[in-house]
Every structure is written in structure tokens, then in C-alpha cells.
Design a protein around this ligand. Structure first.
Ligand code: DAK
Length: 261
């Protein structure tokens, strides 16, 4: 069945200034087939270019986030075939999404599904959420950033245990380890994630973009480089109308109205 926006495996709901993207292959626990990945990255590219959207919620719905890449698609592939498909490059619209991405995670977020969560900026987990990298059980390792983003998020030993045992981590433990921002009842995960997205969407979008970029830079650069880059973005924001609006609104004791200019 093709949805309203022409996607077969996704639901995309734009309620400006936020949008919600729902992975929608429930029969196979939202397994990330090449078609689903293509649709997801296409939808994200479109939302990144849509000025009416200032933050995006990414979810798998009420029961499951995603049980990983589609094993039936991968089982008989060879190394060269995998390389030629360049799935890492295909994730660029997600990893490089310029607007804040809020993940709403219920149930399993495994393998590539967990790696998608790790590419989001804020994670709201339902009490049923279970995050893990079970690739080792299949004779492979994570291939969409898991071995790199887990240690940067939760430290070496948590990452090692997750990669080597393949055991998923339940929501509350994930919260204690700093892998998710908040644990909420599963029925309200998406609603709370939308609330967070709306809160972010009220902020000046260029400042949000620069803040996201600056925090991500911390994972990639030495401190001195990160600080220099932060300072340049800080100066740049003084060239925006929203900075003038934000500061004058404060002085005039009113709420700022931001245009993303
Ligand atoms: N792929 C395909 N089908 C899946 C699936 C998956 N990952 N996960 C579940 N399904 C299907 C099941 O086969 C079953 O289908 P039917 O038998 O009904 O036809 C249906 O979804 C319901 O699943 P279960 O019957 O197994 O449900 P249970 O509640 O009993 O168990 C489970 C839920 C999540 C514990 C179990 O389904 C499970 O262990 N699933 C596999 C989890 C997993 O191993 N995930 C990692 C996959 S590897 C790459 C980058 C990244 C990746 C690949 C390439 N490149 C850069 C090239 C990522 C790799 C991975 O994610």
C-alpha cells in the first residue's frame, strides 16, 4: 500500500513546524530493507529542505522501533556486493540531517535500528524499549556506526558488552547509561517526543542548527578545533535577524518570533 506521500514503508506527517516520520513495516518489525532505507533518506532530504519544518520526530510506532537491517535481504550477499551498495553513504541524509531529530523508541531498536537511534539528537524511550547490537549472533559486526557511536555515547565497556554479547539493554538501564534522554510510558512516547520537538521548533532555527553542529563536532575533533569552530558559529549568529529578535524580545519582555534568517 502506498501512503499519502507516496511511500510504501513510511508514514510522513507534517504538522509544521514539526514533522513525524514513522517506519512502517510492522509485519517484519520494521526491518530496514534497502527500499525502506531509500524512502527514509529521501523523506529526510525533503524535510531538511522544507523551511516550514524545524524539528523531526523519528519513530517506529507503538510496538517496535526497528529490528535491524533486513536479514532476508543480506543473508546471501557477498562482500563486493555489500561494498558496491554503499549503505554507509546512503545514511548521509540521516547522519548529516541539519535539523534536530528526536527519536521516539518503543520496543526493539536492534542492529541498524539502534544505529539509526544513535544518529538522532534526543531520544525518548518508552518503557518497552530495548537497544542492542545483536550482529555478532549473525557473524557480522555493526556497519552503520554502532562500534563508533556507542563508545562515544556510553563509554568503552558498555559498548564492548553490547557488541560482544549481543544482549539488548532495557530502557531504564539505557537511561542510566546516558543512551536515552528520558523513559516514559510506551503509550505516550511519540506524544512526548513531539512535545520536545515542538519545544525545539520554537527556538531560532539557525541557532538550533549551529548548536547541533557544534555538539556533533565534539565527537570528531580535538578540543581546540571544536572550540574554534564553536566560536565561529557563535560570531556568525550575530549576523542573523533572529539574534537581534531574540535579544530585543528579551529586553522588551516579550516572546521572540523567529524566522530562520
Ligand atoms: N530482518 C528480517 N526479518 C526480521 C528481522 C530482521 N532484522 N527481525 C525480525 N524479522 C521478522 C521475523 O523473521 C518474523 O517474520 P515471520 O517469521 O513472521 O515471517 C517477524 O519479523 C517477527 O519476528 P519474530 O517472530 O522473530 O519476533 P519475536 O518477537 O519472537 O522476536 C526479535 C523479536 C527482534 C528478538 C527477533 O525478531 C530478532 O532477533 N530479530 C533479528 C534482530 C537482529 O539480529 N538484528 C540485527 C540485524 S543485522 C550495513 C550497515 C548496517 C547493517 C547492515 C549493513 N552496511 C553499511 C552495508 C545492519 C545490520 C543489522 O541490523
Amino acid at each position: 500500500m502506498i501512503g499519502a506521500m507516496g511511500y510504501e514503508h513510511l508514514l510522513v506527517d507534517v504538522e509544521a513546524p514539526i514533522a513525524t516520520v514513522t517506519l512502517n513495516r510492522p509485519r517484519v518489525l520494521n526491518a530496514l530493507s534497502p527500499d525502506l532505507i531509500r524512502e527514509l533518506t529521501t523523506a529526510l532530504s525533503e524535510l531538511d529542505a522544507d523551511d516550514s519544518v524545524r524539528a523531526v520526530v523519528l519513530t517506529g510506532g507503538p510496538k517496535v522501533f526497528a529490528a535491524g537491517a533486513d536479514i532476508s535481504d543480506m543473508a546471501d550477499r557477498g562482500a563486493v556486493d555489500q561494498l558496491r551498495r554503499d549503505q554507509t553513504g546512503r545514511w548521509a541524509p540521516l547522519a548529516g540531517f541539519s535539523k534536530p531529530l528526536v527519536a521516539a523508541v518503543n520496543g526493539y531498536a536492534l542492529g541498524g535500528g539502534c544505529e539509526v537511534v544513535l544518529m538522532c539528537d534526543v531520544v525518548i524511550a518508552g518503557e518497552t524499549a530495548r537497544l542492542g547490537q545483536p550482529e555478532i549472533n549473525l557473524g557480522i559486526i555493526p556497519g552503520a556506526g554502532g562500534t563508533q557511536r556507542w563508545p562515544r555515547t556510553a563509554g568503552k565497556y558498555v559498548a564492548m558488552e553490547a557488541m560482544l554479547t549481543g544482549q539488548p539493554i532495557p530502557a531504564q538501564r539505557a537511561y542510566e547509561l546516558g543512551l536515552v534522554n528520558k523513559v516514559v510510558p510506551a503509550e505516550v512516547t511519540v506524544e512526548i517526543a513531539k512535545r520536545v520537538a515542538r519545544q525545539i521548533a520554537e527556538k531560532p532555527p539557525l541557532a538550533a542548527r549551529m548548536a547541533k553542529e557544534a555538539v556533533l563536532k565534539a565527537f570528531e575533533s580535538p578540543l581546540s578545533e571544536g572550540l574554534a569552530s564553536e566560536r565561529k558559529s557563535f560570531y556568525f549568529l550575530f549576523a542573523t535577524e533572529d539574534q537581534k529578535e531574540g535579544m530585543h524580545a528579551f529586553l522588551e519582555k516579550r516572546k521572540g518570533v523567529f524566522k530562520g534568517r
